[in-house]
Ligand binder design. Sequence first.
Ligand SMILES: O=P(O)(O)OC[C@H]1O[C@H](O[C@H]2O[C@H](CO)[C@@H](O)[C@H](O)[C@H]2O)[C@H](O)[C@@H](O)[C@@H]1O
Length: 438
Amino acid sequence: MLCTCPLLAVTLLNYCPWSGPVRYRSLPLRDINRVFRLLSWLRFMHVCSDEKIPVFFIDKRTSHNSPVFVDPLPSLALPMTYTTPTSFPSSGLYLNTPKKKPLPSKIEEVRAAGWLDLMLASSPPRKRQSKDFLPHDVQADDLDLRYRNWMVNYPSALGSFEAITELARGKKMALFLDYDGTLSPIVDNPANAVMSDEMRAAVRHVASLFPTAIISGRSRDKVFDFVKLTELYYAGSHGMDIMGPIRKSESNGHHVECVRSTDSEGKEVNLFQPASEFLPMIAEVFENLSESIKDIEGARMEDNKFCVSVHYRNVAPHDYETVHQRVTAVLKDYPCLRLTHGRKVLEVRPVIDWNKGKAVEFLLESLGLNESDDVLPIYVGDDKTDEDAFKVLKANNHGFGILVSSVPKDSDAFYSLRDPSEVMEFLRTLAAWKEGSS
Ligand SMILES: O=P(O)(O)OC[C@H]1O[C@H](O[C@H]2O[C@H](CO)[C@@H](O)[C@H](O)[C@H]2O)[C@H](O)[C@@H](O)[C@@H]1O
């Protein structure tokens, strides 16, 4: 239907309660891949939320916006109900979340299947499972070809380094780095995800040249223990725990929840913890989840202060569904918490409208870099939660994201790097370029 649509261009509008309106302007039909990428994202949103998400393809040639194609996923469409959680005082940060309504069992099944697909697909194994009937070199060639095709849309940040330096010419660069899977390789035990000394040296070097922040799903303290660099800014719990600089102009900021604090070196900093009132609830849900999954072999809990991670990397795939069912059963009693998905991890977090994208905006503002055109923010990350930051940079047409992935993935990033070793090379190249050009 999309391909035969006679329009020259379409505008795609979507409203999603988590991220607000998404608007793609003048999407030329030759760029149909973008439509499909967006549709697959919408499918993901359908799986993860209760809302019906209307999608309109609008004829740009007409003066009025008449929808020509509405809701491409009718089988997953649910009634649109937005209600605000009542158990907390209202605040600008709260998301409007749907009240859970009993769903017809068919839809429950579809949703459960969707989550299961996500769980199976999340974080491809480091060693590819063999398709027994194919010789190894054919599989490798096929994967390599698919990766190279994908790189047409997501060029290597190393291969495109000259283009990046062109963009950066005369601009102030700001660097935002995810931790797991970006600065440290993915390992089975989260406690062992240490950063190499070489990577630390590369990060220290860039941080001496550009404002640099780490934005992680881990608790801020834990990520600092891994990185151990005082010259950086840190945002833990997916941006819900930021230790940043004192804003240049404190008076025009609207983040009233900031409190002054001092860092480990006694330097004055701003602490922003928009989800602090959720702390007792997070502690309670951590206990309940730990109890509920304790008999599932390989399942592991992690306390990330304002979020809780339920890891299933070491769980047998036939138990994934049990993990998901147990987690959602516990969460039924916590309408103010929501579930998101990472690399072989389910993440429980407050329903506030705050994420890594908002953390990037907050830090740019704190650094006094948000309102000028001569700033180039770059965000490097590997996970679904990093997409919030990629989206913010893309939507504001302000800087770009670099996705770290060794397999093709849909993303709002602009460039790609294969793995943390390429990230390290990129950081070193960036530092060398900056030193050579100043
Ligand atoms: O935002 P990030 O810094 O990327 O943190 C996201 C989650 O990363 C960690 O889990 C991931 O890495 C682990 C260690 O390599 C791996 O075992 C796990 O399967 C991955 O999901 C961290 O442990 C989580 O708490 C973070 O939320």
